[in-house]
Design a protein around this ligand. Structure first.
Ligand SMILES: Nc1ncnc2c1ncn2[C@@H]1O[C@H](COP(=O)(O)OP(=O)(O)O)[C@@H](O)[C@H]1O
Ligand SMILES: [Mg+2]
Length: 367
């Protein structure tokens, strides 16, 4: 039987998703395990984790060899445990006898640099690293409104909107589902705050795009693409994420809500609907191909696409460990497909795995 390991940073993370996958594993001829990277014994190479018992339909604590297929669902933070796990995962990715469903993606800036050399360049908001506060000031003088975000960020954390007024600078962010605004009377006061921020973690800046609806809610299209049991990319579904009125983020973790894509699209004029649908098709057929050609093999991606008032589409973010909330809420009939997908793709990989996929060792630091 093939062994399939779901890897997370803590045992409670994504519990229901992981249980649903495990419950279907036996039917797919797969034995399912769940473990933390830090629970591998470096000497024996055995893992202390849990094995899913198909008969009892429950998890049982166990010690086992590292599973040969790995579904990596580790979300790293700045904490000690994350830092401990990153090199372990890199080591796992470099092993000849272990197959990862997907290898992850580089940070937002590297991703921008890669995609800006591709046919998708027109869909990318111009992004630059912030190495000095003056760059932020120059950008504000040029464009009046900008967004700054952590290069390694995720889930809307630490994102700020900055707007230059005649004398002052307005900074807005969302924290704990609340909108927080602050006015800096001059540049030097802004720089004091900004310097501390960028000292703590690397940031990039982008023009602020007007991506709100008529009710001033920021919104975006979230699309889930996965590989199917034949190793072919398919679009599983898409939905609209709506943020707080007057806010800047459409992330669900920032308090956003979800609406069905079709009902949103039906509120558009036919011309706009058709235009958006063609543009989305162009993005979803090209993006996974480009990412895999230029970076590393993947199993799934979640794409955040902003829609400007003039109908222009912007690729805001690509996630290699996407959530499933938007799709499960708007298309609950996809449940079964989504819970089976990692197993079916893992099974496909186990049968077809070739050496070519393993020629990526040097890039295994992406997560
Ligand atoms: N350049 C931008 N202009 C306007 N809104 C933006 C911009 N970039 C991001 N956003 C908003 O912030 C949200 C989070 O940004 P994103 O780049 O996806 O970061 P994260 O990795 O934290 O999800 C987006 O979904 C969108 O609502
Ligand atoms: Mg995002």
């Amino acid at each position: 039987m093939k062994t399939f390991g779901i890897m997370t940073l803590n045992i409670e993370s994504e519990a229901s998703y992981i249980n649903e996958i495990a419950a279907r594993s036996h039917h797919c001829g797969i034995e399912c395990f769940h473990f933390l990277p830090s629970s591998i014994n470096p000497l024996t190479k055995l893992v202390l984790g849990r094995r899913f018992d198909a008969k009892e339909q429950c998890w049982i604590d166990a010690e086992f060899p590292i599973p040969s297929l790995i579904y990596d669902r580790c979300f790293y933070g700045d904490d000690k445990h994350s830092k401990q796990c990153i090199p372990i995962v890199s080591w796992l990715k470099s092993r000849e006898d272990i197959v990862f469903l997907g290898f992850g993606l580089p940070n937002k800036l590297e991703l921008y640099e890669t995609l800006s050399k591709s046919g998708l360049a027109p869909y990318l908001p111009r992004s630059q690293a912030i190495t000095d506060c003056r760059e932020v000031n120059d950008a504000l003088n040029r464009q009046k409104k900008i967004i700054i975000k952590p290069i390694n960020g995720s889930q809307g954390y630490g994102i700020y909107y900055l707007k230059k007024n005649a004398k002052t600078i307005h900074v807005k962010t969302e924290k704990n589902k609340k909108i927080i605004s602050r006015i800096f009377p001059n540049e030097s006061k802004l720089f004091l705050w900004l310097q501390t921020l960028i000292n703590y973690r690397p940031y990039l800046l982008q023009p602020y795009l007007e991506l709100s609806n008529s009710a001033s809610q920021p919104f975006d299209i979230r699309i889930l693409l996965q590989k199917d049991e034949h190793g072919l990319w398919v679009e599983r579904g898409k939905g609209i994420r709506l943020g707080n009125t007057g806010g800047i983020l459409s992330n669900l973790s920032a308090g956003g809500s979800v609406i069905d894509f079709t009902s949103w699209a039906s509120s558009l004029s036919e011309t706009k609907r058709e235009y958006i649908s063609n543009e989305l098709n162009f993005i979803t057929t090209n993006l996974p191909k480009i990412l895999e050609q230029e970076i590393l093999p993947l199993f799934e991606i979640g794409i955040d696409i902003g829609v400007a008032k003039n109908g222009a589409l912007w690729i805001l973010d690509v996630n290699s460990k996407p959530g499933r909330k938007v799709i499960l809420k708007t298309q609950p009939d996809l449940q079964e497909t989504l819970f089976l997908a990692p197993l079916l793709y893992g099974d496909y990989l186990a049968q077809t795995e070739n050496k070519e996929r393993k020629s990526y060792y040097e890039k295994t630091l992406y997560h």
